[in-house]
Design a protein around this ligand. Structure first.
Ligand code: COA
Length: 390
């Protein structure tokens, strides 16, 4: 049975800061951020967007009423969760009127979580061929003002529908995966910003990529020539390029040209959104699928997923006939074009506009947020959300 990605969409908030302006404000040469890190714009979430509302907005655009009836499993991957106990996916059920005859969970392993969700979904559909599984990867990347990680922040969510006979991409087996205990990045329960050993995280990412790439080759016999494109988890776009460069010499000149040219297209959305943690790899996939005009159905693509802490996985997929017809390119073009730039001073103000820990009641200014679904406040310690279309 063919199992894989039937639909895929994303959402990012309506505000961004220009990375060159951030560099100037931080007394850094702009080229360090634009070339050395490889970013242009960084999404800034208002207080009325959290991981739940971002994910709900991403799913809203891709699901039909028929999908909502057929989904029997919702897997929410995040490392910016809003509750230690309750799964974020349950709020999505109510906001989008999903069928209640469903399983609904939250999974966590840093930026790897959505890939775990996809592999769980594949197993579930193998046992239940009529099922559809909704995977949500949603995060707000926060390192803090004036930190070295600041330029690698961002916010957004991807929504992925996994089914049999998928319209976009089948997921192949086997994949190669690895787990090691590493403290390269973590966020203690008491902190709303991440702790990171930046250089260690870069080294670990590259080391995991080389290990799982090698293991995948041994398991499948696939080499660079077999891949039309290789996608990477992109905390910032230079990171993926660094990884690609570690293996590019294994191929011919034609392999190099193809993979580097496709990498350029695959990083485009990430360059102007920033880091969205769990969704970053899949935002890159959406970028290439929507912006390329040469990749034919039947092409094999490779995906490298990495979550600090750390888990890495390399797997592959095959693009399906008419995959372009199943994309949401026009909606995404509009979403990105409608965003507004804010100054660095405004970004700093928005960044620090957080809810006091333990606040029991508050109403938030949802009229200032153009998103359809917003985090509207807290009542008696219960988070409130609105779908303005309901
Ligand atoms: N023009 C062009 N490039 C420049 C430059 C300039 N004027 N000045 C510096 N650079 C380059 C550096 O040479 C370096 O490139 P390289 O990585 O190819 O060697 C790059 O810019 C970054 O400089 P560096 O000094 O390493 O940056 P940093 O110490 O400020 O931190 C991170 C970079 C990524 C470690 C930091 O942003 C971070 O911790 N991010 C969060 C963690 C993360 O995203 N990890 C990724 C794996 S999960």
């Amino acid at each position: 049975m063919k199992i894989g990605i039937d639909k895929i969409g994303f959402y990012t908030p309506h505000m961004y800061v220009d990375i060159k302006e951030l560099a100037i404000a931080r007394n850094v040469e702009p080229e360090k951020f634009t070339i050395g890190i490889g970013q242009e714009k960084m999404a800034v979430p208002p207080i009325t967007q959290d991981s739940v509302s971002l994910a709900a907005n991403a799913a809203l655009e891709i699901l039909t009423d028929e999908d909502k009836k057929t989904i029997d499993y919702v897997i929410f991957a995040t490392e910016s969760g809003i509750d230690h106990s309750k799964a974020a996916s349950i709020y999505i059920h109510e906001l989008l009127d999903l069928n209640s005859s469903a399983r609904s969970i939250e999974v966590k392993q840093a930026c790897y979580g959505a890939t775990a969700g996809i592999q769980i979904a594949k197993g579930h559909i193998a046992l239940n061929p009529e099922s559809k599984v909704l995977i949500l990867g949603s995060d707000i990347a926060r390192y803090g003002l004036h930190t070295t990680g600041e330029v690698t922040q961002g916010a957004g969510a991807v929504a992925i529908l996994v089914s049999k006979d998928p319209k976009i991409m089948t997921i192949e087996s086997p994949s190669a995966y690895q787990t090691e205990q590493v403290m390269d990045f973590w966020r203690p329960i008491y902190s709303d910003t991440a702790y990171v050993q930046g250089k260690l995280s870069v080294d670990q990412y590259l080391s995991f990529f080389q290990s799982v790439w090698k293991e995948h080759k041994e398991k499948t016999g696939f080499e660079l020539k077999d891949f039309e494109s290789i996608f990477f988890h992109l905390p910032y776009t230079k990171m993926g390029l660094k990884a690609l460069r570690t293996v590019i010499d294994e191929g011919t000149e034609a392999d190099k040209d193809r993979l580097l040219a496709n990498f350029e297209i695959s990083k485009r959305y990430n360059t102007i959104v920033g880091n969205i943690y769990t969704g970053a790899l899949y935002l890159s996939l959406i970028s290439l699928l929507e912006l390329n005009d040469t990749i034919e159905p039947g092409a094999r693509i490779g995906l490298f997923s990495y979550g600090s802490g750390a888990v890495g996985e390399f797997f592959s997929g095959i693009l399906q006939p008419n995959y372009r017809d199943a994309l949401f390119a026009d909606q995404h073009e509009k979403l990105l074009a409608d965003r507004k730039e804010i100054s660095v001073a405004k970004y700093e103000e928005v960044f620090q506009d957080t809810l006091p820990v333990g606040i029991d009641n508050i109403a938030l200014p949802i009229d200032e947020d153009p998103a359809t679904i917003c985090f509207s406040g807290i009542k008696d310690h219960m988070r409130q959300y609105v779908n303005k279309n309901k």
